[in-house]
Design a binder for this molecule. Structure first.
Ligand SMILES: Nc1nc2c(ncn2[C@@H]2O[C@H](COP(=O)(O)OP(=O)(O)OP(=O)(O)O)[C@@H](O)[C@H]2O)c(=O)[nH]1
Ligand SMILES: [Mg+2]
Length: 393
């Protein structure tokens, strides 16, 4: 049966490939490729070189053009590169064509993210969710491989060779596995719903944001929880919930999985129950790494992902983190990125309370706590119209 990659490769080397097209400027491509290198680094893969091609439209068979492909192949051979990673999603036939020419493993951003999730998942729920996403990723790829072979041999029922039969068996096995995993997840979900019901009478605050922006660091600051913090992508996959008490008002704070551009759809699908923590929150703390040059795009990706998982109308506080990494009066090519300027721009753009902090330096945490307390108190009064009903914390 076709193997899924479920452990981190050791000391692998890679080259990255991306396109600059009419839809994507070279600055954007560079940003995406930097993130792709960070994803690879998270898996312990060392990036040796990046190839970027300027094309009006991607080549249907091999994404990049013939000349560029030869250039990549010669580098791969010369440096004995293990993997070539493409920033955009590859079709099964593109992977086949590319592997034929490059003579090494070829993968796309989706598979890289899925592999990181597999490496990071700790709880049964997260492991089951990732396995489901991996099998769902694999299934259409097997189907297409099978129909490709089938059409090569005329596609007639009577003409199936052993290879096709094997693939068909694989397909059935995967479908069975998907059904089992769905069942297992449904059972875990029922348990979580019961747990959530038991604690339903407290206001719930969820930390959301792009990956690596400092959500878990802030969770630590606000709740003293010993959650995992790391300068790698997707350090958090499993949700953590902690009870926090502020001026006698208790609430629940949740830290959960971060988002990223082009997050594989199968992952969003299978992480639906983990993301219920976000969907059912009363208040969202949207954490942004304001020192990141692409923070505006990150914010857009988070808003889009929230919409995709069905989050609507939850009051939000925008938490602009890592202000310690901003230069006080730095003017760059993209514009003035000083704290003063960002404060002005964002307070005009955003329609929610906004606060600028440094979670690691504990800068302005009191201002965030004040904002949070105002919102939590409102929710608390909604849940307990008669304040005297509050259970002692
Ligand atoms: N300079 C600086 N670094 C920070 C700050 N807050 C967090 N970090 C660093 O940013 C990195 C990521 O922090 P995490 O708290 O793990 O981020 P996260 O959003 O939980 O990340 P994922 O769980 O991977 O989505 C770590 O190296 C933190 O030390 C800050 O205010 N300033
Ligand atoms: Mg985290």
């Amino acid at each position: 049966m076709t193997q899924l990659i479920d452990t981190a490769p050791q000391q692998e080397t890679a080259v990255l490939v991306a396109l600059t097209t009419t839809q994507q400027s070279s600055a954007k491509t560079k940003e995406h490729v930097d993130e792709l290198a960070f994803l690879a680094f998270t898996l312990g893969i060392k990036t040796l070189k990046t190839f970027i091609q300027n094309l009006t439209n991607p080549n249907g068979k091999t994404v990049v053009g013939k000349g560029k492909l030869e250039e990549i192949a010669s580098f791969v051979k010369d440096k004995q590169v293990d993997t070539v990673i493409f920033d955009d999603e590859l079709s099964p036939s593109q992977v086949r064509n590319l592997e034929n020419v490059l003579q090494c493993r070829v993968m796309d951003r989706n598979l890289l993210i899925l592999t990181i999730f597999a490496m990071r998942a700790k709880t049964t729920q997260a492991k089951t969710q990732v396995a489901l996403a991996q099998y769902q990723y694999l299934l259409p790829r097997l189907t297409k491989m099978w129909s490709h072979l089938s059409s090569q041999k005329g596609g007639s029922k009577g003409m199936r060779g052993p290879g096709e039969k094997e693939l068909e068996t694989d397909r059935r096995l995967i479908q069975d596995r998907i059904a089992q995993l769905r069942k297992k997840l449904a059972a875990i979900e029922r348990q979580s719903i019961t747990q959530r019901k038991n604690r339903a009478r407290l206001a719930r605050v969820a930390l959301v944001g792009y990956t690596n922006v400092g959500k878990s660091t802030l969770m630590r600051v606000l709740s003293k929880a010993s959650v995992h913090v790391e300068d790698k992508l997707f350090a958090t996959i499993d949700s953590t919930v902690r009870k926090v008490v502020m001026h006698d008002v208790p609430f629940l704070l949740t830290d959960t999985v971060g988002f990223i551009r082009k997050l594989p759809h199968t992952l969003i699908e299978s992480f639906k129950s983990t993301l219920d923590e976000v969907r059912e929150a009363d208040i969202l703390l949207h954490v942004v790494d304001i020192s990141h040059p692409a923070h505006e795009e990150h914010m857009r990706v988070v808003q889009e992902t929230l919409q995709e998982i069905g989050v609507v109308d939850i009051p939000m506080i925008l938490v602009c983190n890592k202000v310690d990494q901003l230069q006080p009066t730095e003017a760059t090519q993209e514009g003035d990125t000083s704290l003063e300027n960002l404060q002005q721009t964002l307070s005009h753009q955003e329609h929610c309370p906004t606060v600028f902090i440094s979670a690691t330096q504990q800068d302005n945490i009191e201002a965030l706590k004040d904002l949070l307390f105002q919102q939590v108190s409102l929710q608390h009064m909604r849940i307990y119209p008669n304040y005297l009903e509050i259970a002692p914390s």
